[in-house]
Ligand binder design. Structure first.
Ligand code: ADP
Length: 737
């Protein structure tokens, strides 16, 4: 059986540890020997104790740590054939002919080269008498699986790289903080973020924070006097009441003719043209550091497991591949192709061929850029009288979910900018019944990008019989021609009610779109709902702390998380925190499960385990409650371990939305407005749920949605994430230290 080597190389990125852990554990689970190659290619060239076999417990306790515990380095020797020759000898000394390389495009270029040269390198080693002919025959080719570990997200072949989501967390936290101080002093801030060749971090953080201007390498301002334009927008913003101005600049930002645009230059421009104090903040390495986000931990875990599975399948023997994620699905592509495309973008930027650079970045990137250009406007465009206008009502309904405000902000601004009259409906369906409807204006939503909860007010009110008449009257009175309903299960339920009563109430014959916003992630028509990522990060933050305290005292923790009847938060939370066991409503809990888990835990603690973590969904089983489980584990621990329970409750729902939720919220909002515009302009009255499906934004007609849900269980029939259960199971086991 092939032996696997795993290394992290180039710039470090949060989430690399989770990937190493996944490769080691998935490898051991499949019977491979797995070696860590310390300090990247330097360790490969040096050999000796820098290439070490890894055990299950060697990668314990690293999931939540930033950076990479196996080290990374830049290695000049590896750039030369002589260095690579040494590296191959060292690999073969251990019998390694499969590699999982986690790094940026430099590291992956090195991996491709090693794969291409492998045959000639081993021939040379045979000629020099350094390895035997048998060894050369046994290891005639090298298999490479590359995972993109880079906060810049600048590689072709994956929608997102390991570390980029965490970097966005660091940036949005910093910019949120800067905004509040900037607003207090009416000051301008220029914030520099990483990205020498890629504007991803700058663009997405601008979208997530509600920044006022953004400069990226791929799409410089397309005018010569862009400075005047920027200052005009910022000045107009001030005039209508914005108290702060934030300009986000990517490290590699440049002008139309290719000259770099530095933060210092932007600051100078602001100070001279606006005649006010401007400050520069370079976020620098803060962006790379700290604990990885829930998303990065799970992404890395999935990619690492898949890499081992791909090696095990033998289908890719002798080739170099990149494993990435596209549209929520893990996919494998030839590495050389990804490297070539990545170089093409960089080349296009160097040659100032910005159109091509944007085209190569893909439609999501382009659309985010278009959206941000609308959102940063100080005031909406002047409208052509011929533009089709609509009167649009926007509301929240159901439980509050982080990201709701971000979505409303985007919908309001895009709606107004497109010439529509936008109305706010306060306090969910209750407000719609009572007629709590008023016009929205451009500045109402200023600063809403980062606020958690629901500024519009929301509740679980479900309209009852007499209410429908009142709702119909209010819709008619305000002449609402379209409705955007942002919320969770009860929002969808109420919207369906209106839809079903269309025959009795003609006012309900207007286009309606339901937008998924709930931490439970249990809605039809979308694989992800806005708010779930924030809740997941809240869970992970809390459990990281709980684990720290539990390790000190040999303890099994039973942690209960929200989710209704949907186990998404429980399973993804378990994967991101390394829980040994997760109980879902989808699977239920049986006495024999509990017996098996108790026996596993007892065995694990006898072997030296210091911590046990069990996560249960709130509705996993009514009888076997968190309290019951705690008592059971305490009793059966018999002094070997104690047990405690933690019910995380509403802290999961609170806090500012994560960048992921803000970005998803804004992008979905754009699609909603487009759908409603199409409907109104064609006199259509379709009602649909919007969502992310296989990486695409899709609409599901209300007619089809009921078939997708299990009414009784209140969740979709098909839950894509259930297929991740085997991965989570392999990564942590009750009976293993
Ligand atoms: P990143 O992987 O983050 O892009 P670098 O570009 O610094 O980081 O690459 C990390 C290491 O990968 C380098 O120090 C070198 O050892 C190796 N490497 C980079 N480019 C090449 C190349 N063209 N050929 C061989 N090895 C390379």
């Amino acid at each position: 059986m092939s032996k696997i080597g795993v290394l992290t190389s180039g710039g470090d990125a949060p989430g690399m540890n989770a990937a190493v852990r996944a490769v080691v554990r998935a490898g051991l689970d499949r019977g491979f020997e797995v070696f860590a190659i310390f300090e990247g290619y330097q360790g490969m060239v040096d050999g000796g104790d820098r290439i070490q076999p890894m055990s299950w417990s060697d990668v314990g306790g690293i999931l939540h740590r930033g950076g990479t515990v196996i080290g990374t380095a830049r290695c000049l020797e590896f750039l030369e054939r002589a260095g690579r020759l040494k590296a191959v000898k060292n690999l073969l000394d251990q019998g390694i002919d499969s590699l999982v390389v986690i790094g940026g495009d430099g590291s992956l270029t090195g991996a491709q080269l090693l794969c291409d040269e492998w045959t000639s390198l081993i021939e040379e080693l045979v000629e020099k008498g350094e390895i035997s002919k048998e060894t050369a025959v046994r290891h005639k080719s090298l298999t490479v699986m590359g995972l993109v570990g880079s906060i810049d997200n600048d590689m072709w072949g994956t929608d997102i790289s390991i570390g980029a989501d965490t970097a966005l967390h660091r940036i949005t936290d910093a910019v949120d903080a800067i905004s509040s101080t900037a607003a207090s002093h009416q000051r301008s801030f220029v914030v520099e973020v990483m990205g020498r060749h890629c504007g991803y971090l700058a663009l997405m953080s601008a979208l997530a924070t509600g920044a006022d201007w953004v400069l990226i390498p791929e799409s410089p301002p397309n005018l010569d006097a862009w400075e005047n334009k920027m200052c005009d927008v910022l000045q107009n913003g001030r005039r209508i009441g914005r108290r702060d101005s934030i300009v986000i600049v990517a490290e590699g930002a440049k002008s139309r003719n290719g000259d770099p645009i530095s933060c210092e230059y932007v600051k100078e421009v602001l100070e001279t043209q606006l005649n006010e104090d401007a400050r520069v903040t370079k976020l620098g390495h803060v962006q790379r550091g700290g604990a990885p986000s829930a998303f990065d931990r799970n992404l890395s875990t999935m990619l690492g497991s898949f890499a081992v599975e791909a090696i095990d399948s033998n289908k890719y023997a002798g080739s170099a591949n990149l494993i990435g994620i596209r549209g929520n699905k893990i996919c494998l592509s030839p590495l050389y192709e990804c490297l070539a495309k990545t170089k093409e973008v960089n080349q296009a930027i160097r040659e100032c061929n910005f159109e091509k650079a944007m085209e190569l970045r893909g439609s999501g990137f382009q659309e985010a850029f278009r959206t941000i250009r609308t959102l940063v406007r100080a005031m909406p465009h002047e409208q052509e009288p011929s533009n089709k206008h609509m009167r649009l009502g926007i509301m929240n309904a159901g439980a509050p979910s982080p990201g709701m405000n971000t979505a409303v902000r985007a919908a309001v601004r895009i709606g107004i900018d497109n010439g529509h009259s936008v109305f706010r409906i306060n306090n969910g369906f209750e407000g719609l019944v009572k007629g709590e409807i008023e016009p929205f204006n451009w500045m109402t939503v200023n600063g809403w990008a980062y606020i958690g909860g629901s500024q519009l007010g929301t509740n679980r009110y479900l309209p009852a019989n007499g209410d429908f008449y009142a709702i119909a009257r209010n819709i008619e009175e305000h002449n609402l021609q379209a409705l955007l309903i942002i919320g969770g299960w009860s929002a969808y339920e109420a919207a369906f009610q209106l839809y079903k009563k269309r025959n009795s109430f003609p006012a309900f014959n207007i286009p309606i779109v339901c937008f998924p916003a709930t931490i439970d992630n249990d809605l039809p028509g979308s694989e992800l709902s806005v708010g779930a990522d924030t809740a997941l990060n809240n869970i992970v933050d809390a459990i990281d702390k709980i684990k720290q305290s539990a390790v000190a005292s040999r303890r099994v923790f039973v942690v209960e998380v929200l989710g209704g009847n949907c186990g998404y938060l429980a399973l993804m939370g378990a994967m991101a925190t390394g829980a040994e066991r997760v109980y879902l409503n989808e699977e239920g809990v049986t006495l024999s499960d509990l017996r098996e888990d108790v026996e596993g835990l007892v065995h694990g603690f006898q072997e030296g385990k210091r911590l046990g973590l069990v996560i249960r969904n709130e509705n996993a089983n009514e009888t076997y409650s968190a309290e019951f489980m705690e008592s059971l584990f305490e009793e059966e621990g018999k002094g070997l371990f104690t047990s405690r329970r933690a019910i995380l409750g509403h802290l999961q729902q609170g806090g500012n939305p994560t960048p992921f939720d803000r970005i998803l919220g804004s992008r979905l909002a754009v699609k909603c407005i487009r759908f409603l515009e199409e409907q109104v302009s064609t006199r259509g009255s379709e009602a649909a749920c919007i969502g992310l499906r296989q990486g695409k934004f899709d609409l599901t007609d209300f007619q089809d949605a009921p078939r997708m849900i299990d009414e009784e269980k209140r969740r979709p029939k098909n839950q894509w994430w259930l297929q991740l259960r085997p991965v989570a199971r392999v990564m942590a086991k009750p009976g293993v230290k």
